[in-house]
Design a protein around this ligand. Sequence first.
Ligand code: RP5
Length: 191
Amino acid sequence: SVQDLIDRLEAEAAADRDPETTPDVGIIMGSDSDLDVMSGAYDALEELGFAEQTDFDDPPEERFTYESYVVSAHRTPELMYAYGETAEARGLDVVIAGAGGKSADLPNMTASIAYPLPVIGVPVQEKSVDSVIGMPTGAPIVAVDAGKSFNAALSAAQVLARQHDEVRAALVEYHEDLVGGVAEVSRDLHD
Ligand code: RP5
């Protein structure tokens, strides 16, 4: 039940865990119907060598990990509040939050609740952009364009890369591959 999930988040926040084993990036979305768009964030993190952590008590071997949850601002506001409020204590360094529709409130509300933890908002559709980015002065969110969850994950990794050389190296390698790919396409055009 939602209450079980809330209890679990609170227990994890209270647990005295080695920070190296907690999830580094949290991915949340308003509905499982957002998965098609939000899966780009998993793709980017996997590409950078992050592993998914599904069980907080049994972390994978990889040093850098992400978790993901469906959390609805409107259907389960208590869960959104608990997630945002425990995020930092649970060891997350950054949260990626996606929502669609015209009332895409999960990213902006989570940014307010989890502050000062950074939250990267993903508007799942074009019509969700204003709702995600329209924050009052003093209540910050960073956000990507509609649907760009892949970029949200790269940005999340950039946050981590300030502290972790391994993540920085993975980002540089990803970029070099990207540049190489563009050069190859250019060459093909001229062959
Ligand atoms: C939003 O409402 C969700 O983020 C989703 O994009 C949209 C529709 O949700 P479902 O009705 O498909 O569950 O809050």
